[in-house]
Design a protein around this ligand. Sequence first.
Ligand SMILES: [Zn+2]
Length: 294
Amino acid sequence: MPELPEVETIKNDLQDKIIGKKIISIFPLWKEIVKDIPFDAFAGQVEGQKIAAVERRAKNLIIKLSGGLSLLIHLKMTGHFLLSEDSAEVSQDGRWIKAENKNLTDDKQNQYVRIIFRLDNGQMLAMSDLRKFAYIKLVDDKELKTFLDKYGPEPFDKDFTAEKLGEILSKKKTAIKKVLMDQSQIAGIGNIYADEILWASRVHPLSLANKLPKKDVEAIYKHTKKILSESLKRRGTSTSDFRDTSGQPGTFGDFRNVYRRTDLPCPVCGGPIRRISLGGRGTHFCPTCQKETK
Ligand SMILES: [Zn+2]
């Protein structure tokens, strides 16, 4: 699932490439990607609008339109945006038939196009989503604010300090990994980065958040910022299906230490990485380097 670094990568790409462009027409290949209103009503309100801004909050992408409404987008498991640089062609079942950019036509992860926004410069902004969990909603400012208010602080906000993290954790009598992934507590961290942050911090994923000593809280704080920014520099993790807007995978997966490395040696102690299930999610850690705090 795209997490903060992946959604931020898409946001940065789109900020560079689509702001100021007008949406001429919208082609649905799977109408149900638009939630809450019928597709035709959605298209009627969005066609003709200019793209005023592109933002990210938690794992949501927000495309603000000139008329005041916004597209609120969650990429869920496998959603990603692709931008064709030319007048490309997509088949009825969402495969790229023709495009100058060969990532679009040749990479199988990009062949699940569900919706296409045609822009006034001939570009196509398409969303590919294998699993069909991603969605697009059309919202006004009030609805957007209500929706986004439920999220916890952003890891890169200046108000997100080690003290603030300590305050959040001290109120949670639950496994630290669950708290890191709880979007209402801290925004943007999912399964990949929670595992990597805890390994780098030498904290066991089952340790109770409210029992962590100050030095562990400080380590988690430091590694949250460090790992998320390193991944952002490498344009995210593509251990499964994430692609950027040019259809290219990110490379942070090559630098990960524990996530989906079950039985492989821990880069610090050489012992095998273990996998357990926590809240239904695969959790990877080193039982030697990460001791549980009860
Ligand atoms: Zn180890």
